[in-house]
Design a protein around this ligand. Structure first.
Ligand SMILES: CC(C)(COP(=O)(O)OP(=O)(O)OC[C@H]1O[C@@H](n2cnc3c(N)ncnc32)[C@H](O)[C@@H]1OP(=O)(O)O)[C@@H](O)C(=O)NCCC(=O)NCCS
Length: 276
């Protein structure tokens, strides 16, 4: 690369152009990525991605790299980044991430978070070299419905309080849950009672597939395995997706005990932006 391209705010581009850029920047990604204007619009809205603070690099007048910054002060989150395949390994990934970090600093954020697939060595190396540190390993699981429901009582109600079972990643955090609640199919808060113990969950989805957003109270992993699998059966759903639950934590272990599938693993990473 002769001189690095000047970063432009993503808000200078329309959503269709950004969605097309996102799709081509994820070419060769270890998992299939489906992206279109509607999905990107959902991400911008539900994850609080700020297009004015997100960055596009152009090469020869065409979009070549993208990094999306989600903002919930004092934290930020990288909601996707990549470089169009023909332009990789020329420093654009580093430039676009440095520009994103600059924007996060300019917004006064204290921490910048992201997740990276465990097999995505290129991105993991890039993030480490920029100062991000691994915070924990997280898993994505699919948990199947039980064949029979025995003794579970379920009650729909208001959003539960009390401590969460484990820290939540951006895509399932309180800010995201509030946004999901405003969009079809909305979210459902359920109180689960089984074997004398009570737990509470929030999930999202309709039909056969649900996605867990939060979990509180309850018992050990074996209890959660029974409670979640039976909750699915009662709601005539077949699978529950557990996105970025702590590896080896209660929810991941519950999914394993329920006969679930570990779809992939990620590293959750954080860059501290404050200097004091
Ligand atoms: C990850 C990605 C953004 C890197 O972009 P890039 O423009 O090729 O990266 P750069 O040329 O700026 O390289 C920056 C650093 O990334 C790392 N890196 C990039 N490609 C790499 C590879 N193939 N293998 C190992 N490390 C690699 C290196 O640490 C490199 O630093 P170095 O050149 O000093 O060794 C690019 O491969 C990509 O778009 N992949 C698909 C989308 C994706 O995975 N996004 C991340 C989602 S979490």
């Amino acid at each position: 690369m002769t001189s690095p391209p000047v970063p432009r705010p993503a808000s200078a581009f329309d959503l269709a152009t950004l969605a097309a850029l996102f799709a081509s920047a994820y070419e060769g990604y270890p998992l299939p990525v489906h992206m279109d204007e509607a999905i990107l619009g959902m991400m911008v809205e539900c994850y609080d991605e700020s297009l004015a603070d997100s960055v596009v690099l152009e090469v020869d007048g065409l979009p070549a790299a993208l990094a999306l910054l989600a903002v919930r002060p004092p934290h930020g989150w990288v909601g996707g980044m990549g470089v169009v395949a023909a332009h990789r390994r020329r420093g654009l990934g580093r430039v676009v991430m440095q520009a994103l970090i600059e924007r996060a600093r300019a917004r006064g954020l204290s921490e910048l978070w992201l997740e990276v697939l465990e097999m995505n060595e290129a991105a993991h190396a890039l993030y480490r070299s920029l100062g991000f540190r691994d915070v924990r390993a997280v898993d994505v699981w699919s948990l199947p419905a039980a064949e029979v429901a025995t003794g579970l009582t379920l009650e729909a109600g208001a959003e539960p309080g009390g401590p969460l079972l484990e820290p939540e990643p951006w895509q399932r955090s309180a800010g995201t849950r509030a946004r999901f609640a405003q969009r079809p199919p909305g979210v459902e808060h359920l109180r689960l009672s089984l074997e004398g113990l009570e737990g509470a969950i929030t999930w999202r989805g309709a039909g056969e597939a649900r996605a867990l957003l939060d979990a509180r109270g309850g018992g050990d992993a074996a209890w959660w395995a029974r409670a979640l699998a039976q909750a699915l059966l009662v709601h005539e759903a077949r699978t529950l997706r557990l996105l970025n639950v702590a590896s080896g934590g209660v929810l991941a272990e519950a999914a394993r005990l329920a006969g679930g599938t570990r779809d992939t693993g990620q590293f959750e990473m954080c860059l501290t932006l404050t200097t004091d």
